[in-house]
Design a protein. Sequence first.
Length: 536
Amino acid sequence: MMAVLKSYDLPESFPDEVLDEAETESAKLDEIEGSDRLDLTKECIYTIDPEDAKDHDDAICVEQTETGFKLSVHIADVSHYVQENSELDKEAYNRGNSVYLPGMVVPMLPEILSNNICSLKVNKVRLAHSVFIEFDKRGKVLRFSFADTIIKSKAKLSYIDVQEYFDSKEVTPKIKKVKENLDIARQLAQILTFKRIKDGSLDFDLPESNIILDKNGEVIDLAAKVRMESHRLVEEFMLAANQAVALHLFRNAQPFLYRVHEKPDTERLQEFSSLMKRIGFSFPVSNNMNPKLFARFLEKVKDDPMADYINELLLRSMSKAVYQQENLGHFGLAFKYYTHFTSPIRRYADLVVHRLLRKLVNGKYPPAQAKTIPSYIDRVSKRCSDTERIATRAERDAIKIKQMSFMADRVGDEFEGVITGVMSYGFFVRLDDMGVEGMVRMSTIDDDYYIYDEGHYRIVGRRYGTVYQLGDKVKVGILKIDKQAAEMDLFVVMSDKQKSSKKQVENKIKVKKNNFQKFQTKKFVKKKQKRSKNKK
């Protein structure tokens, strides 16, 4: 893990002046008394996070109304503690975001803020920036508003707590405090999900590796992360809050930091379409592609064994989302207006969005700041987009290191997997339910001489006709692990069907050889008899 930090120049600690400032700012919690914030400490507000979460930057409350629902999303008011141009702010800007590696976090803010004063802890009075959204019974937004608030979370729930309640209806002491509110929240989330998917939002549900560590940071198991209904519930409410903030700034025609996902490049989509055609799927491409066409295609292939891989290939064919001032919408979500507002503890972009929202006075920025805000947004956009890419690469490398550490003790073991890439020198296989990928090199498949068919993303045995192609299920064993390079070499384990097929081919060849030998022997005997007759 330290090697990953070094290779991506990620910080290992905070400068002393930053820690000192964090200590000073944390004392501001005592200033709540007598403030003009909206006091919501009596409301039924609660958090839903991973079981091991220490920083809670969002809390929710959902109520039924005569016309539909009222959603309240409460986000930790980090901007109250991290002042512009302070040492804390400069350090947060440089980091750009928190980086989550297996078993450790490189936080954007010192722990006294991220895990304590800013975190919306249960039964603790905390400052929040809140969004209130009213929906009709079909999930259409009727109106929204914003306020600086004081809240007190009534329950700290995990995704597992909520999912177990949804599945079993068993009311635990934690659930009991918010049961009625949670039931209404579930109704609203289901309505919003249905509406979003209907509007063309792409619901990529890609398999992620879940690395389970012991207290010493050693990997004790690998599994696939399961995306539960409880995850979707929180996601829907955060999406709604982010949209509301972006729409508010857009309506006021003020410079703003949007989260943008551009329309996919036609050439890359053509490559994806060509690949789909070769593996048996139709994905026509035109110049006026829209999210609904993508959503229909994903719906069509969702039950196919190759669905996960197709989802991943399509995602790779699309642009990466970035932060920028020009609003081009979010293609993947099918949103016209979108930003990041809901995670200011771990993303600097969200912290800036909080500040911009608070700067508005009667829908405009103060004249003294209006001229400098556009260049400020451009600078922050570039920095946050860059640090996000670095974090993604670092997290990916760290996961591979942990995966290879775990698999090193399983050399020789056999697994089922799917072929995720075919090259001239072999093919890649992702092991089922583990998220680990390795390579079967052509040189290790010694049952035939294989030829690379680039046009069809496959290799074909010249003698027996065995085919290994993109998306095929295959059984493999672990040949060797290179921990330093974080690479895994695999070997093919032939199925009974393949063995039988090979045997049949060998038998046919044997029969042909025998017949040919008999024919040659017969021919030789005839010639010999003819020569003997001529001599006589």
